[in-house]
Design a protein around this ligand. Sequence first.
Ligand code: AHR
Length: 513
Amino acid sequence: MKKTLILCLVTSLSFMASAQSANRLLINAVDAKTTISRHIYGQFSEHLGHCIYDGYWVSDTSTLPRKDRIRLDVVEALKKIKIPNLRWPGGCFADEYHWRDGIGPRENRPKMVNTTWGNVTEDNSFGTHEFLELCELLGTEPYIAGNVGSGTVEEMSKWVEYLNFDGISPVTAMRKQNNHPAPWKVQYWGVGNESWGCGGNMSADFYADQYKRYATFCKNYPGAPLRKIAAGASDFNYDWTETLMKKVPLNMMWGISLHYYTLPGNWREKGSATDFDEQAYFTTMKKCLRMDEIVSKHATIMDKYDPEKKVALVVDEWGIWTDVEPGTNPAFLFQQNSLRDALIAGSTLNIFNNHADRVRMANLAQTVNVLQSLILTRGNQMLLTPTYYVFDLFKVHQDAKLLNIDFTSPTYALGDEKISAVNISASQDSTGAVHISFVNLDAKKDITFRTSLNDIPWKSVSGRIITSKKFTDINTFDQPFIVKDQDFKGARKEGDELVVTLPKLSVVVLELK
Ligand code: AHR
């Protein structure tokens, strides 16, 4: 009897202590009007290193299961995480790509030099038809970036006609001859890429005029309206966005792009993908979280010209960019992917979800074997990176209603610097289920939240977690499952409240039903 009393006392004391130390989080569905577009979960694949060639597209003697030369294990893995769109053929490569080189019998296609990425031979075996076949296999929407930098208006205009026109013309006759009688009806259309840099070193004013000129001749064919996306700014170049918004009529563009990469170091010495200490980890996460400020500032400029938020902000290149893996071609941008990458992916996707009123599309750079990949391949082997598992867990937010959240994050301090330790987003899907994604960046502390869900009834909670002992942990071809998602048992219902303890260095996604 005495023993039971003491036990009760200890339990209630520890409950009170945990209640006091728990951070408050309020989630409510009132005024939840914004849909998180599934296109925020888009991908980007360029003719760069081993992304296309030896990534998706293998030799015609490969023993792997494949459709034509597209490897199907990669396709199956990507299908599982429901990638909504795939951007192609670049990147910088887009502005040196001439689509006519990549159609027709492969043996007749010209071999050219990929001057942007290592002067390697581009044999054009993967072109328009192959890309669209890949999209069909993936069940994903194509997002094609047209060539403004070294291509003509006529060339871009004819590419759109080749893709989307269901009638009689010289290019549609060519399409039929190339065994594709029906148009594909491609919707997402990029007019150039990084036109301030590798896409032509233009001024914002000059590009705005070029955009209008090129976009005018990218026609909306019957049943195939285009969603045209202007080549936007890089990170802090707010003038670029201002100029485009000022000069281009809103009805001429569906979106404006934005590129922001998280560099642990600087452009000359980016830092290792696998060998870093807590200071480098902290600095990298601090830079990653700047995505929130960058998106907010570009969105504020857009609001000035477009208060109804008709034009989307399309973050069509993002992710961590480190030094290449030692011993690999520096022009191929092949980097490993650690638990740090998973924390970057989770935090960035939370930021995008919370800005879903303006950010309606985004593309991680670059899916397979390049920069922050979802998948790495080596010969016939394939592994899923920590980032892959984040996209798998976060797919529940696709096309769900964004819920309002209100909380103050505890801080994660290192030396004299501080960042928010936790970031969160929440949504409610069409069945009524609520999903909350948490990222705890703190390298030393577990963090507890106590949550009320105003006006959302729920009975049970389940969850998945991605974590590991060290932020440097990676998956390798010898040990491919070091960092992956697992069942999460750290959340419970107490009365009407949810109590969740987030382990340090973790991404957690909860489902409340
Ligand atoms: O993703 C690698 C490169 O980064 C892209 O080609 C370019 O658009 C950006 O500078």
